[in-house]
Design a protein around this ligand. Structure first.
Ligand code: FVH
Length: 294
């Protein structure tokens, strides 16, 4: 250890906007960092900061007990790692490339057959935040492999281990995107409505932010209802909610703004009511989300 910093070597393959941030964070934390990129020129800044540019992927994966891969997509990853001549026995692969759970599980199956230690991960952060506690990085796969490298991964931000199923990180990632786009789209709906009354976006954003934070507080309690399978209407019944949805649709149409999102809200609630759940609490809608739409 040099002044309390761990000096475990680490390799980063893929030096795009994200990969460069990952490698820089490892360098800043004192790790001997080996890098490789298809376009070698992107390594110049990192080499100037002390990184070693590997002449090949084969060399890069042999340089460190942990190899981070961060490329555009899984087909790019497969393209690099499909080479059976690669000696991957001395490293653990941590794939931080975005993808879906099927791709993550397929990669884990490939690694299993190849006798390679593989973790799948998802970065819930943007490059500038890498290296700070705000950068949450999700991990799934063998717990022992995660534990073996947790100290090194601390250099990137806040590491969160989700479980043995390698598909979990991707599932959380896309579920997180559903939260992000839902909040943003709901905010844009309200912004469009308020602008018809001359209320500018900045003014409405203050209220919208409070609404988003307020609803977020309900999630743990509503989640308990889902896990119990019981949805007693303690706050309001679904039938009450649907009447308010009609107001939102009517208002949107009267103001001449888009009403597609409000109509989707109502269509799903109407199906739950038709199934007899009108007197229950809103999370009873999980049943509509748990099956394919019409
Ligand atoms: N940037 C962000 O904010 C998001 C935050 C959340 C996580 N994503 C994911 O991170 C992956 C990489 O994203 P990126 O922003 O670094 O992407 P680029 O800057 O475009 O760099 C892409 C790198 O991938 C290399 N690459 C692409 N195709 C191939 C290939 N066939 N063979 C080898 N390497 C390939 C590319 O190499 P080069 O073009 O520089 O030679 C870059 O290194 C991504 O999954 C995001 O969803 C980032």
């Amino acid at each position: 250890n040099n002044n309390g910093k761990t000096s475990t070597p680490v390799t980063v393959i893929g030096l795009g906007l994200m990969g460069r941030s990952l490698a820089a964070a490892f360098l800043a934390a004192g790790h001997p960092t080996t890098v490789w990129n298809r376009t070698a020129a992107k390594a110049e800044g990192l080499v100037a900061d002390g990184a070693r540019l590997a002449p090949s992927v084969a060399d890069a994966v042999k340089a460190s007990p942990l190899t981070i891969i961060c490329l555009t997509d899984y087909s790019a990853v497969n393209g690099l790692l499909a080479d059976d001549a690669l000696d991957l026995s001395g490293t653990t692969l941590l794939n931080l490339t975005s993808g879906d759970s099927a791709q993550a599980r397929e990669a884990a199956r490939w690694a299993e057959q190849r006798g390679v230690r593989y973790l799948d991960g998802a970065i819930m952060a943007v490059p500038p935040s890498i290296g700070t506690a705000e950068a949450v990085i999700l991990h799934s796969g063998p717990q022992a492999d995660f534990a073996a490298h947790e100290a090194t991964l601390a250099a990137l931000g806040t590491a969160s281990y989700l479980g043995e199923d390698p598909g979990l990180a991707s599932l959380y990632d896309v579920a997180g995107l559903a939260m992000m786009w839902s909040v943003l789209n709901a905010w844009l709906q309200g912004t469009a409505m308020l602008r018809t009354a001359g209320v500018d976006a900045v003014t409405y954003a203050g209220f919208a932010r409070l609404m988003a934070a307020g609803v977020a507080e309900w999630l743990p309690g509503y989640a308990e209802q889902i896990d119990r399978g019981e949805f007693p209407a303690e706050v309001s019944a679904l039938e009450t909610d649907v009447r308010a949805m009609d107001h939102l649709i009517e208002e949107s149409e009267a103001l001449g703004v888009n009403a597609e999102l409000p109509k989707l809200f109502k269509a799903m609630a109407d199906r739950a009511i038709a199934a007899g759940h009108g007197g229950e609490q809103y999370p009873v809608l999980i049943e509509e989300f748990a099956k394919p739409g019409p």
